[in-house]
Ligand binder design. Structure first.
Ligand SMILES: C[S@@+](CC[C@H](N)C(=O)[O-])C[C@H]1O[C@@H](n2cnc3c(N)ncnc32)[C@H](O)[C@@H]1O
Length: 243
């Protein structure tokens, strides 16, 4: 599913619930220097700063939207991760984290490659991303399902904008190509509505559906008109089917 630009907090909460409240999967033990790239509201950095009070947590973003009242070991910086130089010392961090940065970079491989440069030997880097195309595990999703078609248009528009959304399924390969070793991948289900019988998946699906519905119109208007040349009417016509 395509991630709407709005509702960062809702996205954050949903992913955290999908991960059963875990903030990371790397086998961290007493990390000293942590970097969160594209931190958004800074919530992850704040929680990780609380969990590791002896670590120095640096968190970067293009926008200064982070709160000012944070743990004293957490520091926010304005920095563009698409720049070659992150204005940070090389081999400095023992853990680098990225989350929901699909559609932010021309080539996510550059972020991974630079991450390696800024990571201490033996350190960990971890990326958590959302598939921008819905999948179906029992063959019942028709190829012309409006939500699937919408996600294809989203992918096409993002590609044209030079900021691809289709990142998640490539990450393991890209990490290995960049020179990381012992690369682990974990895949989580994130239903697009509350149809599952399983109570955990039902909860996640309900939350994610709210997020998708909240962002559907704005995301489509912004990207489809600009990148695909659609008129407002053409976009408005497809929205009810997707809803
Ligand atoms: C969807 S939000 C994710 C925020 C956060 N990682 C989370 O999980 O809640 C994407 C964030 O990436 C930031 N971003 C986009 N391009 C960036 C860049 N080139 N360098 C640094 N941050 C960037 C945006 O400003 C936005 O805050």
């Amino acid at each position: 599913m395509v991630v709407p630009i709005t509702g960062i907090t809702q996205e954050y909460e949903t992913l955290k619930a999908a991960f059963l409240n875990r903030n990371y999967f790397a086998p961290l033990s007493n990390p000293k220097r942590i970097l969160d790239i594209g931190t958004g509201t800074g919530q992850w950095a704040i929680e990780i700063g609380d969990e590791f009070p002896n670590a120095e947590v640096q968190a970067t973003d293009l926008s200064p939207i982070q709160p000012s009242s944070v743990p004293e070991n957490v520091h926010f910086f304005i920095d563009d991760a698409s720049e070659e130089d992150w204005t940070l010392p090389p081999e400095h961090f023992d853990y680098i984290h990225t989350r929901i940065l699909l559609g932010c970079f021309a080539d996510f491989r550059d972020v991974i490659r630079r991450g390696l440069h800024y990571l201490q030997p033996g350190g960990f880097m971890e990326s958590q991303e959302i598939m921008s195309t819905p999948c179906c595990n029992d063959g019942t999703m028709p190829l012309d399902w409006p939500f699937l078609e919408w996600s294809r248009f989203g992918n096409e528009a993002a590609e044209k904008a030079g900021r691809p959304l289709e990142v998640a399924h490539e990450l393991k390969n890209w990490y290995e190509e960049a020179g990381f070793v012992d690369v682990q991948e974990a895949v989580f289900k994130l239903p697009v509505n509350s149809w599952p019988n399983d109570q955990h998946l039902k909860f996640l699906g309900g939350k994610w559906e709210q997020n998708l519905l909240a962002g559907l119109s704005g995301f489509s208007m912004a990207l489809f008109s600009r990148e695909l040349g659609w008129s407002k009417n053409e976009i408005e016509v497809i929205i009810p089917g997707i809803r």
